[in-house]
Design a protein around this ligand. Sequence first.
Ligand code: FAD
Length: 478
Amino acid sequence: MTVHGITSPVLDALQSIVGKDGVLTDAAGMAGYLGDWSGDYRGAALAVLRPGSVAEVQALVRGCGSLGLGIIPQGGNTGLVAGAIDSNGSGTVIVSLERLNAIRLVDADNFILQADAGCVLQAIKDTAEEKDCLFPLALGAQGSCRIGGNAATNAGGVNVLRYGMARDLILGLEVVLADGELWNGFCGLRKNNSGYDLKQLFIGAEGTLGIITGVEVKLFPKPARVETAYIGVASFEAAIALFRQARRDCSDLVSAFEIIGAECIELARLVNSEMIAPVAAPVQVLIELSSSALVDLNAVLVGFLAGAMEKGLVGEAVLAASGAQAKSFWSIREGLVEGQAKRGYHVRTDLSVRISDIPALIERARRFVKAEHPGWTPLAYGHAGDGNIHFNVLPPLGLPDAEARARGSGITEGLYDITTCLGGSISAEHGIGRSRSREFWSGLSPVHRRLVSALKNALDPKGLMNPGCLLPSTETTP
Ligand SMILES: Cc1cc2nc3c(=O)[nH]c(=O)nc-3n(C[C@H](O)[C@H](O)[C@H](O)COP(=O)(O)OP(=O)(O)OC[C@H]3O[C@@H](n4cnc5c(N)ncnc54)[C@H](O)[C@@H]3O)c2cc1C
């Protein structure tokens, strides 16, 4: 007998591990796990499994291994590249980490926090703050994404410039391997130069090598002062010149440097129709300085801006007079992503180039869209301090969805070509998932492919961990 595509013996086996409530097979129960945040991807699965302990994750992995079921680990399902869902899920189950959501330890003296992989990022940030500490990973999805997902995608966000990506913030991982064994790599050490750094294998592996069940992260002193300014400049060249100047004048006090093409502002208004950008320049810059020491940040920021104005780099600038005003500046930047999702299907990229190549990337990409896809609207914004640009393109209003998607994949390819010609990456921080696996794989050298396949085969010889994500599944066999 089959229940919703899953046979009774398989269902019985899974229920014997996580109980009846831990296995969802009905369409209504599974719906929330099978649609991604953007609405761009829809998945399928035989079942959604919700283990409540690390031991249950181990037993599930063993059980799925003997039943020959592929396993897709899932955190908050906010990834934008179809890593945690598979439209061809006929032989796979989703393992949601959401019930593993305890903070295990906060050690403010050693600036360490340990948490279950299913902890929501915001909860970790709040817990750190209660101890007068900062966990600096910061992204628009922080109220929904989970720390295991952040580790698995090597998440970035707005503070990478100062604190690095997830890879730089993780001290240790606990991972259930593809054979069900548990590797505990928590160590609490800042320095541990003894052999291979195994945690780095699982960070950014997007669930293809094992299921992360626990994460040990670095904390930092909570900034005592934060200064924010919203600045108008004439061009992307001027924005990058301003960034260079900021690094010189403000040194490592710069914690964020975001750029926004003025054409994006309309999108933020879809989220808040009353929003008015503080400046009206063609390119807008959001800069944040922060410090936990008693530095007069306001004087540093004012001095930097005065110098930049004298050099003609800055037209107008507004300094946030309060925390609430700083928040309103950030809501413009954060509203862009949500505004685009409201607009419906669009070409979404996450490109990185050398910082000095940002103006060339945007200029070439705009020229390409204008020449070959008239009527489509290009948008450029991103974490300029990391060379990371989201160059997105909106279809003309009213274009039927199927046609927009077909044209959109050609536009994406064109944008990837431009990025590759500049020596850049097609995935700065979102990962590869299923949506970019073909381009990722075809862009690798033979040696690189051999190394990736060797790792995959060594750690997941049956190819059960997140099949089809990152690597095309046929490449996982020797
Ligand atoms: C509004 C918005 C803004 C965003 N901004 C940013 C940004 O600034 N920077 C950035 O980097 N990303 C950003 N993202 C993308 C996304 O939030 C990140 O990739 C995030 O790290 C994904 O976490 P998640 O828990 O939602 O993972 P999921 O989407 O559930 O999964 C992502 C991948 O990780 C794997 N995975 C999840 N949990 C585990 C686990 N425990 N063990 C092993 N594998 C696992 C999944 O199989 C999948 O391959 C944004 C997304 C949205 C919606």
